[in-house]
Design a protein around this ligand. Structure first.
Ligand SMILES: Cc1cc2nc3c(=O)[nH]c(=O)nc-3n(C[C@H](O)[C@H](O)[C@H](O)COP(=O)(O)OP(=O)(O)OC[C@H]3O[C@@H](n4cnc5c(N)ncnc54)[C@H](O)[C@@H]3O)c2cc1C
Length: 230
């Protein structure tokens, strides 16, 4: 997104992505109203919503009694959660960025080193591709390489640690034509179920039988999550 914003200003920007596509790892499927509002401010929301997606207008919280959240009451032009694979979102953003001549995307380019000048100021990066090594010299180098950021490590920066009270188990399963809807939280995508559950105890056990054994325990997508009891 930053690369897109810089390119829109006519600033020359090179985006390096270690993988050859954005499909490599499951990273969730929800695009939230605030994200859509940002896209809207950039004039991109309408085009974005032309991509295949589903809208979730209500959600349930598994409390006793169960709580229903109505996203429709959000003070937003987009009072719903958009279900779309994150890879499609990233492809959309980079496609938009590519319409600006000042934007360059290098896929399959893994940053290995920072380039520093005599005063140890970072002036760019050296990267590796299948075809060999390369470098980008830049006034500003931004490390946006995820939780285990190599750039952060190379720059001797320390992440601020936090201690979230819950873990969220979130994953995708292939969707079969014989699957019925899961009882617990899952959303239908074109070819998959996007499943999530909150694990407050820190550890969970997941069982994945594919075939329903009785109508009283419909596995739908063939999956349960339960607190780890030992
Ligand atoms: C299981 C799961 C489900 C999630 N679900 C949702 C959701 O539904 N909705 C939502 O809004 N958020 C969701 N999130 C959070 C969201 O995925 C993250 O907040 C977001 O991906 C963080 O973006 P990022 O660019 O900081 O890091 P990342 O997404 O990790 O991207 C970092 C990128 O840097 C690349 N990279 C790494 N090292 C190098 C290197 N040396 N050189 C070049 N490139 C490199 C990686 O290949 C990667 O593409 C989920 C996260 C997880 C783990």
């Amino acid at each position: 997104m930053l690369a897109l914003l810089l390119a829109r200003q006519g600033i020359s920007v090179v985006l390096l992505e270690a993988h050859v596509d954005f499909e490599r790892e499951f990273r969730g499927d929800t695009v939230h109203p605030t994200t859509l509002e940002v896209l809207d401010q950039l004039g991109l929301a309408e085009r974005f919503l032309e991509l295949p997606h589903r809208k979730i207008r209500q959600g349930g919280v598994p409390t006793t009694p169960p709580l229903t959240i109505d996203f429709g009451s959000l003070p937003s032009r987009f009072p719903y959660i958009t279900m779309m694979p994150q890879s499609h979102f990233l492809e959309f953003i980079t496609r938009e960025a590519a319409s600006y001549p000042s934007f360059t995307l290098l896929m399959g380019a893994t940053v290995r080193e920072l380039i520093r000048d005599d005063q140890q100021i970072v002036r760019g990066v050296r990267f590796q591709t299948r075809d060999g090594r390369g470098e980008v010299r830049a006034l500003l180098t931004v490390g946006a390489d995820g939780r285990f950021s190599r750039l952060r490590h190379l720059a001797d920066l320390r992440a601020i640690k936090s201690s979230p009270p819950i873990d969220v188990l979130w994953f995708r399963l292939p969707r079969l034509s014989t699957d019925r809807r899961a009882r617990w939280r899952s959303s239908k995508l074109a070819t998959a179920w996007s499943c999530s559950t909150v694990a407050t105890c820190g550890r969970s056990r997941i069982c994945c039988p594919r075939v329903a054994t009785s109508t009283s325990t419909p596995p739908a997508c063939g999956l349960w999550a339960a607190p780890w009891s030992t």
